[in-house]
Write a protein that binds this ligand. Structure first.
Ligand code: MN
Length: 251
C-alpha cells in the first residue's frame, strides 16, 4: 500500500508508526471543572499505552489537563508553546480554569520544567502589562512575534533543541500564533503573527526532540468561514506527526 509521506523532509510516519484516531473525549459541556477532570482521566488512560497523543482543539484550556497526565507519566516536561498570548493569567472573569490560564495552572502544579519552556509568537493586546514578564520571571524564554518577523526560525529552533536536549517535551500550538492572514478562524485574533512557513520551521525544528505529546488548539469552525483555518490546522498536525520520535525517513 502506498502511504503518504512528507515531500519536504522525507518523513514517512505511516511506514513506521501505528497511527489511530481515538476519537473525541466526551466532555461535560455544562461543567468546565468536570470537563478538565474528564480530559485528565482520558489522557491518563491513553498514556497507559506506549503512545504519543496528538490533540486537536478546541479551547486551549484542554492543555492543562493533558499536561497533568503528561507530567504524571513523564515528570515535568519541557514545553514549546506557540501562541499570540502567554496564557498565564491568574484568572479570567474570576475563573481559575479558562483558556487564558493553562500555563499558569501548569506552572503552579510543577508540570513544567521551567528551564525549558519556550513561548513563541506572543504579541498584541494583553490583560496586564506583566503578562510576558511573568513568564520570564519563571525562567521561561519568551520570543515575541516581532522578533520573528522577516526571519527564518531555524536558528531559534536549533538553539531550543540544544537547550531542551533529551527532556520529555510537549508542543502546544495555538492556531492564533499564526497571522490571521493564514488562520482567521479563531476566537482571539491578533495581527502581526507568524507565517505558515515559520510554523513549519518551528514544527520541523522539533525533529530530534523527545516529543511526548502535541496539540493544535483554538480552531473555531464558527469563525472559519472558508474552512481554510481547519485545513491549515490539519496540515500542521500532520507535520507534528512527521517529527515524532521513531518516524522513518525516505531519502
Ligand atoms: Mn492560547
Amino acid at each position: 500500500m502506498l502511504r503518504p509521506y512528507n515531500m519536504a523532509t522525507g518523513a514517512a510516519p505511516f511506514d513506521s508508526l501505528q497511527v489511530a484516531d481515538v476519537g473525541d473525549v466526551a466532555i461535560n459541556t455544562f461543567n468546565l471543572q468536570k470537563t478538565v477532570d474528564i480530559i485528565e482521566q482520558a489522557y491518563n488512560d491513553i498514556l497507559i499505552h506506549d503512545c504519543i497523543p496528538l490533540t486537536l482543539g478546541g479551547d486551549h484550556t484542554l492543555t492543562f489537563p493533558v499536561l497533568k497526565a503528561m507530567a504524571a507519566k513523564h515528570g515535568p516536561v519541557a514545553l514549546i508553546h506557540v501562541d499570540a498570548h502567554a496564557d498565564i493569567n491568574d484568572h479570567m472573569f474570576g475563573e481559575q480554569i479558562a483558556h487564558g490560564t493553562p500555563f499558569r495552572r501548569s506552572q503552579e502544579l510543577g508540570l513544567l520544567d521551567s528551564d525549558a519552556v519556550f513561548q513563541i509568537g506572543l504579541r498584541g493586546t494583553g490583560y496586564e502589562p506583566e503578562d510576558f514578564n511573568w513568564s520570564r520571571s519563571r525562567g521561561w524564554t519568551v520570543i515575541q512575534a516581532e522578533e520573528c518577523w522577516g526571519q527564518s526560525l531555524k536558528p531559534i529552533m536549533a538553539d531550543i533543541r540544544d537547550q531542551i536536549g533529551e527532556r520529555p517535551t510537549y508542543l502546544s500550538f495555538d492556531i492564533d500564533g499564526l497571522d490571521p492572514a493564514f488562520a482567521p478562524g479563531t476566537g482571539t485574533v491578533e495581527v502581526g503573527g507568524l507565517t505558515i512557513w515559520q510554523a513549519l520551521e518551528i514544527i520541523r525544528g522539533c525533529h530530534g526532540l523527545n516529543l511526548v505529546g502535541c496539540d493544535l488548539v483554538e480552531v473555531s469552525p464558527t469563525y472559519d468561514q472558508s474552512g481554510n483555518t481547519s485545513l491549515v490546522a490539519a496540515n500542521l498536525l500532520y507535520e507534528m506527526l512527521c517529527v515524532l520520535p521513531g518516524v522513518s525517513h525516505h531519502k
